[in-house]
Design a protein around this ligand. Structure first.
Ligand code: SAH
Ligand code: SF4
Ligand code: F3S
Length: 480
């Protein structure tokens, strides 16, 4: 879900949801007439994209409609990410562009949302004169008031983190959806405190959303023609919602099954799984429900147990390997993907070799790969020296990328000759004569169009070739 690293741009294409920095398809599905307009850009993980849809919904109730044209916007918003230094640099660069727009149209309000807003708080207003509003991830309901403050000539700021806010009752405005697949946020925050990670500081404590509102949102999407939902959280496997009426808790596996039961034609995906929390119940739910996808994003971060301990991931390599074995044992066709960090504090050449051997061992279908970027305030920044030089971090990253590409080619080559059920997402980017869609394993499949099928249909596609990121094939037509 994450990508701000130019070196992995080639892999970026593999996952459609990984659209960091892409401007939303800013069309209002409700086709309302609005007197004022907002323009929004999102960076970072899928949670941020999902939040932007919540923000859009809140703003539409205030008479602000979406626009793709920042030059005509009354309000320019940027939903920011702090995960690596580079992500923050990107945001600063975008602000320079907004500066120019604001010079031409001084009445335009500029608001900074998301993780960088939370991390920098008031400092943002001091450092960036053009910014009128700084709003943290739990404060979006306050936007109408903050906008009013700015209209009154003040600056607006709310960065209070909440223990309860889940925006459970807000129906997101699906700004960027392809009409087939949508995000549903099921929890917020993270309690894990991995030593390298800024998320617990920018997103606050973990809390799970009311299960009934998740089901209602998924049902509504299905009724509107959507055929895939992606349940989102930093650590979905620790989802736990206490029903206040029955005093029973709903676990993640139970929630998955409840969503899957809405309709067999609704595919269910989820991310991200923390290796320590994914359990047999979840794996069995995938096995027992055809529409819960055979795909698990299970970030390892490093293949070396000493580094994992330093990262505070709470598992070591043998423990992770046992988890992967268990998944392949119950779900032989499951694709597993991962996140990797190279050059974490004190990582030696041998430790790095362990990461490389882990990639080969786990046979990941895909990885998001990064070099370590020290984040202010994290445990690692306080306790450990960032002692691997940048050149070495980048060289190790390149080795990881090169190896993963080979592993992915082998993974995909095994699919040649097989037939997969593919959900059509639309036209292939390269040619209107081809469809694109994903199989259950989350692999992108490209195949020639057959007229009677359209976006949102399921088709069986037989694979005849592959590269490291994509499968190619043709529809097996049951009527032919
Ligand atoms: N909650 C998810 C990850 C969220 S952040 C999980 O625990 O798996 C997404 C990814 O960014 C992480 O998995 C990690 O690989 C990477 N990341 C996080 N902090 C980083 C840092 N300081 N430097 C480099 N990469 C980082
Ligand atoms: Fe960050 Fe770890 Fe939480 Fe993931 S689980 S968001 S890496 S602290
Ligand atoms: Fe970035 Fe915040 Fe997501 S730091 S990765 S946008 S939770």
């Amino acid at each position: 879900m994450y990508n701000d690293n130019p070196t992995i741009d080639g892999l970026k294409k593999t996952i459609d949801t990984n659209r960091q920095g892409e401007v939303f398809e800013q069309l209002d599905p409700n086709k309302q007439k609005y007197s004022k307009h907002f323009y929004i850009e999102s960076y970072g993980c899928a949670m941020n994209f999902s939040d932007s849809e919540i923000v859009a919904s809140i703003l539409s109730k205030e008479g602000f409609g979406p626009t793709r044209d920042m030059e005509i916007a009354d309000l320019i918003l940027i939903n920011t990410c702090s995960i690596r230094e580079k992500a923050e640099d990107t945001v600063r660069k975008r602000l320079r562009i907004y500066d120019k727009v604001k010079k031409k149209r001084p009445s335009t309000m500029v608001g900074v949302l998301g993780c960088m807003a939370e991390r920098l708080k008031k400092k943002f207003l001091e450092e960036e004169k053009l910014v009128d509003m700084v709003v943290g991830p739990d404060a979006y309901r306050d936007l109408p008031k903050l906008i009013a403050d700015v209209e009154d000539g003040d600056k607006g700021i709310n960065v209070i983190l909440s223990r309860e806010e889940t925006y459970a009752d807000i129906t997101p405005m699906r700004l960027m959806s392809n009409g087939v697949s949508a995000f549903i946020s099921i929890m917020r925050g993270c309690d894990n405190m991995c030593s390298f990670c800024v998320v617990p500081f920018t997103r606050g404590r973990e809390r799970s959303r009311n299960a009934f509102t998740v089901i209602a949102e998924a049902q509504d999407l299905f009724d509107k023609g959507y055929r895939e939902v992606n349940l989102l959280g930093q650590n979905v496997d620790s989802y736990k919602w206490l029903n206040p009426e029955t005093e029973e808790t709903v676990s993640f596996a139970e929630l998955l099954i409840m969503v899957a039961k809405i309709d067999p034609r609704l595919r269910v995906r989820f991310s991200t799984s923390h290796p320590k929390d994914i359990n047999d119940d979840v794996i069995f739910a995938i096995r027992d429900h055809h529409n819960i996808c055979n795909y698990i994003h299970l970030p390892i971060q490093s293949g070396n147990s000493r580094i994992l301990k330093k990262m505070n991931r709470t598992y070591d390599r043998p423990w992770y390997e046992a988890k992967v074995k268990r998944i392949y044992e119950i779900l032989p066709d499951c694709a597993i993907s991962s996140d990797i960090i190279t050059g974490f504090c004190s990582e030696t050449e041998e430790d790095h070799q362990d990461t490389l051997s882990m990639i080969e061992w786990a046979k990941y279908s895909m990885c998001y790969m990064f070099f370590y970027s020290e984040r202010p305030g994290t445990l690692a920044a306080k306790k450990y020296e960032d002692d691997v030089d940048l050149k070495t971090k980048k060289r190790r990253l390149q080795e990881v990328i090169d190896l993963q590409r080979e592993v992915a080619i082998v993974h995909n080559a095994k699919d040649v000759g097989k037939t997969f059920e593919v959900l059509i997402e639309g036209d292939s980017k390269k040619s209107p004569d081809f469809f694109k869609g994903k199989n259950s394993q989350n692999k992108m499949v490209i195949f020639p169009k057959v007229e009677k099928y359209s976006k949102g249909d399921y088709v069986d596609v037989k694979i005849d070739r592959n590269n490291s990121a994509t499968l190619f094939g043709s529809i097996v037509d049951p009527d032919a």
